[in-house]
Ligand binder design. Structure first.
Ligand code: FMN
Length: 254
């Protein structure tokens, strides 16, 4: 699937929480697996793998029952949480574009015996997916419950398409922790600083959220004929919040 289709899906996707419990056909499941295997990581040197589970294989405190769950296992080195968000958001958009439902699940875990099979790599997060039993798309951007663009940036009207793609990204508990700053050619993405209590709950999820936002930002940059160059070390305090990534926007052929 090309970037344009994933980009277009940003503006209509939504979390699907009701599923037809019949398993997807082998053909469709293989299509999903092939796409997942082709998804590109944000941090290429990190090792990761996927497993595919069904409802009996997972523990979920919230009652979201789906016929399939895609679980990401990863090395837990620097930036692995952002990498997880970036990878699985490609799959979330693909599923939505394909007319399938999906929902990020931060509260669910694979059962113990399933976890043990992925030695060396730690379970990070999963996506529920399957045939939706509710509408799979929003019909207008107005249906997204999101902060206004002014609340996530001080860049003003300089890069409206890029900011809109970030603004509409999904996040754990819809917390939308991203703050976008810098300049149109050197964008910085930070996350809101958390107090002690929220930090305990959301420290990991927030970093996954930023990876999701970076993927949306990248799709918008590519749509405009650019490509991103990421720098996770170049701390920049101008946006407030905690620095997560600098995204230099380069012409595609550089
Ligand atoms: C990292 C992450 C974890 C999430 N965990 C859950 C979850 O455990 N249960 C759930 O129902 N939704 C979960 N969600 C979905 C969010 O609640 C949802 O994306 C957000 O409210 C925005 O709604 P939308 O996806 O329909 O646009 C999660 C989303 C993200 C990004």
């Amino acid at each position: 699937m090309i970037n344009q289709q994933l980009y277009d899906t940003i503006f209509k996707r939504k979390s699907v929480r009701k599923y037809d419990m019949n398993p997807l056909s082998e053909t469709i499941l293989n299509e999903v697996k092939a796409f997942a295997n082709s998804a590109l990581p944000l941090v290429p040197e990190l090792k990761y793998t996927y497993t595919y589970l069904s409802a009996g294989d997972i523990k979920n405190l919230l009652p979201i029952k789906a016929p399939h769950y895609l679980c990401l296992y990863s090395e837990t080195k620097d930036h692995y949480l952002m990498n997880a968000g970036y990878l699985l958001q490609q799959i979330d958009l693909f599923l939505s574009e394909r007319g399938l439902g999906s929902c990020w699940l931060g509260m669910a875990k694979p059962n113990k015996q399933v976890v043990a099979q992925q030695d060396g790599l730690e379970f990070v997060i999963m996506l529920a997916f399957g045939m939706p039993a509710e509408p799979v798309h929003r019909t207008s951007v107005g249906e997204f419950k999101r902060k206004p663009v002014e609340a996530i940036t001080r860049m003003g009207g300089e890069v409206p398409e890029l900011l809109e793609a970030v603004r509409l990204a999904p996040s754990a508990s819809n917390s939308q922790p991203w703050i976008v700053g810098g300049t149109p050619s050197a964008i910085t993405v930070s996350r809101e600083k958390l107090n002690l209590i929220r930090g305990a709950l959301y420290n990991k999820m927030n970093q996954i959220d930023i990876g999701i936002a970076l993927l949306h930002l990248e799709l918008a940059i590519r749509r405009q004929g650019g490509q991103p160059v990421y720098d996770f070390a170049a701390a920049d305090g101008t946006t407030g919040g905690e620095f997560m990534a600098k995204v230099e926007v380069k012409p595609i052929d550089e």
